[in-house]
Design a protein around this ligand. Structure first.
Ligand code: F6P
Length: 345
């Protein structure tokens, strides 16, 4: 019998608790003890943990957020952070850690494993769906569901008032949420970072719709879309602020796009920024299933001592890939998805 730790790092998302529960139950089924590490990698460095008994994980499956708390703490960027974390893990006799995270937290997991032989297994989560090595990440389906519902609601107001409604969604530097919810919600224009449509083309499309007698339009814009002009000129990404390590937090492009549409077409325009609503609330059934399957796979890998891997989805199968592969490159939206969105717009 050994002790394993589980943590959630980076931004929260729906499905984290389902994953925690599956990891804990998978390891308990093999007669191991499991501790929950508080607030991501910080909890390991500071030895802040709680026992994850069967009772502790009962009833958390449908709950959004994470019962463990989360943070963007990076031991590699803190004074003696890595030494502290490694010492603490050894002194607490932790056999290995299951890290449920996105690019940042799993990047830390990979470095700890590659540079220090730290025993860690990853589980992919992020509403952005931008991790390589897996076809889908925990939280994406729920975020798309929330955005699609919002677009449906905005449709009725747009139609009633003959307005252009601009909806800004998250996704950091990729347009997965924008494309998926835009297509599912029947948006008229979808703006993504991967293939940034010039704003003049957007206005032509909206004018064309008006000429056709459709006096409203829905424009979905990913927060990472850079305002682009036909001349090829591109504006910098709109940044809200920087986090403690200097990473940019995006947000605000919706307003910029709406102002440009008003300036170029004179149509009445409104902006909705969905923000953290996309990350909140109860996970969809699909996210719960995904989190459970990935969590069980991670528990299996950890119990077998197969470190440096990440549970992942390939087609309909749950597989494992190296952490290195998972964080090597950002997974962007394929051109075929973007083209499909344009055909149906
Ligand atoms: O990575 C998930 C995400 O929600 C991004 O889509 C968004 O850019 C970012 O996190 C927001 O970060 P924060 O929660 O720190 O505002």
């Amino acid at each position: 019998m050994s002790i394993f730790g589980v943590l959630t790092g980076g931004g929260d998302c729906p499905g984290l608790n389902a994953a925690i529960r599956a990891v804990a139950r998978g390891l308990m089924a093999e007669d191991h003890d499991v501790v929950g590490i508080r607030d991501g990698w910080r909890g390991l460095a500071d030895a802040e943990m709680l026992p994850l008994t069967r009772r502790a994980v009962a009833g958390i499956l449908p709950r959004g957020g994470t019962i463990l708390g989360t943070s963007g703490f990076d031991p590699f960027r803190e004074e003696s952070g890595v030494e502290k974390l490694l010492d603490m893990s050894r002194s607490l006799d932790i056999e290995g850690v299951v890290a449920i995270g996105g690019e940042g937290s799993l990047g830390i997991a990979h470095r700890l494993y590659a540079e220090h032989g730290f025993p860690v297994v990853g589980v992919p989560k992020t509403i952005d769906n931008d991790l390589a090595g897996t076809d889908i990440t925990i939280g994406f389906d729920t975020a798309v569901h929330v955005c699609t519902e919002a677009i449906d609601r905005l449709h009725t107001t747009a139609e009633s008032h003959n307005r252009v409604m601009v909806v800004e969604v998250m996704g950091r530097n990729t347009g997965w949420i924008a494309v998926a919810s835009g297509v599912a919600g029947g948006a008229d224009v979808i703006l993504v970072p991967e293939v940034p449509t010039p704003i003049e083309d957007v206005c032509d499309h909206i004018r064309g719709r008006h000429d056709d007698g459709r006096d409203f339009s829905i424009v979905v814009v990913a927060e990472g879309y850079p305002l682009t002009r036909r001349s090829g000129e591109q504006e910098d990404l709109v940044i809200q602020d920087l986090d403690r390590y200097g990473y940019a937090r995006l947000g605000g492009i919706g307003r910029v796009v709406a102002d440009e549409i008003t300036r170029l077409t004179d149509f009445e325009t409104r902006v909705t920024v969905l923000g953290h609503v996309q990350r909140g609330g109860t996970p969809t059934a699909r996210d719960r299933l995904l989190a459970t399957r990935l969590g069980l796979k991670a528990a299996e890998l950890a119990a077998a001592g197969t470190w440096g891997r990440m549970a992942a989805v390939r087609g309909n199968e749950i597989v494992d890939v190296s952490l290195e592969e998972a964080i090597r490159a950002r997974r962007t939206v394929p051109a075929s998805w973007i083209a499909a969105g344009r055909v149906v717009a």
